[in-house]
Design a protein around this ligand. Structure first.
Ligand code: ADP
Ligand code: MG
Length: 412
């Protein structure tokens, strides 16, 4: 079949892909999607054409790669866009093969593997934790003993799943038993300092525009993200450090075109990278970036994917935005309080709670277990702080303490 120079092929739609469909429509593109067969019914009405995939979200990259390749062989689109971790490789393989814009196969492979990131950064002068890659966690015990506390993590997960702070020798030995079947694992020194992410739109290896997000997490042991503040500000010296870091990482991973999401901590001796991904950040960050800069980042990503020109980058933020997440204590939900009051606040863009009375929540060791979120947009950083304080005060999930055994799979 001849190429369709007017078509965007989305690898996965789910919920996060919908703004890309809207942006593509505004640009006059037709949209075809490769979608998990299990979710096809939700998506069919939204796109012009649908290709089914046996893969699941967060599941096997290989199944998405197979489906993406078959789809592009059937009809070559103007561009291919993947926005979630397990689809990045599928998109990059077809982008490379068919000469379409994308992050590059190199950047996608490195994005999927934290150990490859660790191995790549030192040669580019990029700060990061000391680390040890191991097939048997117990074998890293002597290395860890000189560095406690350490962080143990898988190479290719997301949302803090499997990321664990290990404070001392007994805890390390327990982790080595508990995680004996898991391999490979990274063990890292625990670096200290406030956490940030850097979201950039990159065209042919050049940063078109970048945003800084400041993060609060639950801290040790699980580090689940609680609050993001978009368009965060630092001192001129720190801002220059972050710009240099972002450009160095883009160069180090061979990033060509698309979205980059970089996470780092600002330590006393400079930035230390947690991880980088060549995909859309989670936690509604692109929506918050769009509100903050008055530019639709989803549309910019679609433009990059199909090779359409970009406008002039924004000069400064027009709003100061934030996302706040609800993380209840483990137990049974008794009530959700203050949702309507929160929604009525002028700075609140959206507030959603995904739990109801009677639901059992078994603790929050990964971001998927959070119980709800609030997106805010204010005219100044100070007003944003006030709005966040009001939200924290008004909105709560009231719990009764857990008595029985933990129930897996509570909605979050
Ligand atoms: N070496 C480390 N030192 C300090 N904190 C860390 C370290 N590694 C991970 N963390 C914390 O855990 C969080 C999740 O780790 P990350 O490597 O980003 O995994 P994920 O892919 O699950 O997001 C980070 O955002 C950070 O808060
Ligand atoms: Mg992370």
């Amino acid at each position: 079949m001849p190429p369709d120079t007017n078509e965007l092929l989305l690898i996965g739609v789910g919920l996060m892909g919908r703004p890309y469909i809207e942006a593509a429509r505004r640009l006059g593109l037709s949209v075809r999607a490769v979608e998990a067969a299990s979710r096809a019914d939700e998506i069919r009405g939204l796109v012009d054409d649908l290709e089914l995939c046996e893969g699941e979200y967060g599941g096997l990259d290989e199944l998405w790669a197979e489906a993406a390749y078959a789809a592009v062989r059937r009809r070559r689109p103007a561009g291919v866009l993947a926005f979630t971790e397990s689809h990045v490789l599928a998109a990059a393989l077809v982008q490379e093969r068919f000469g379409l814009p994308g992050p590059s196969l190199e950047a996608a492979v490195i994005s999927r593997n934290k150990a490859l990131q660790r191995g790549r950064f030192p040669a580019h002068g990029i700060g990061q934790p000391d680390h040890r890659l191991t097939d048997v966690l117990a074998h890293a015990g002597a290395w860890a003993a000189e560095r406690f506390p350490v962080v143990v993590k898988p190479l290719s997960s997301a949302g803090s799943a499997g990321v664990e702070l290990v404070p001392d020798g007994p805890a390390f030995r327990a982790a080595a038993v508990r995680r004996a079947a898991e391999r490979p694992l990274l063990v890292e020194s625990c670096v200290d300092g406030p956490e940030y992410s850097w979201e950039a739109l990159v065209q042919d290896g050049r940063v078109w525009f970048a945003n800084l997000t400041a993060k609060d997490t639950t801290g040790p042991p699980d580090f689940v993200e609680v609050t993001h503040r978009v368009a965060a500000r630092l001192s001129p010296q720190r801002t220059a450090q972050v710009d240099t870091l972002g450009r160095a990482v883009v160069g180090a991973i061979g990033m060509r075109t698309g979205v980059v999401h970089l996470e780092f901590r600002l330590t006393a001796s400079g930035p230390a990278v947690m991880e980088v991904a060549v995909r859309t950040p989670g936690d509604h960050l692109l929506e918050l970036c769009s509100l903050a800069y008055g530019v639709d980042w989803f549309e910019m990503a679609v433009r990059l994917a199909v090779g359409l020109p970009l406008p002039h980058p924004p000069r400064h933020p027009v709003r100061y935005t934030a996302a706040h997440f609800l993380i209840p204590e483990p137990g049974t939900v008794v009530a959700v309080e203050g949702l309507e009051e929160t929604r009525a606040q002028p700075a609140v863009v959206r507030a959603e709670v995904g739990v109801a009375p009677g639901d059992v929540i078994g603790g929050t060791s990964s971001s998927a277990q959070r119980a709800g979120y609030v997106l805010l947009a204010a005219d100044s950083p100070e007003e944003r702080e006030e709005a966040l304080a009001q939200v924290r005060k008004a909105l709560s999930v009231v719990m009764s303490p857990r008595t029985g055994p933990r129930v897996e799979g509570a909605p979050g």
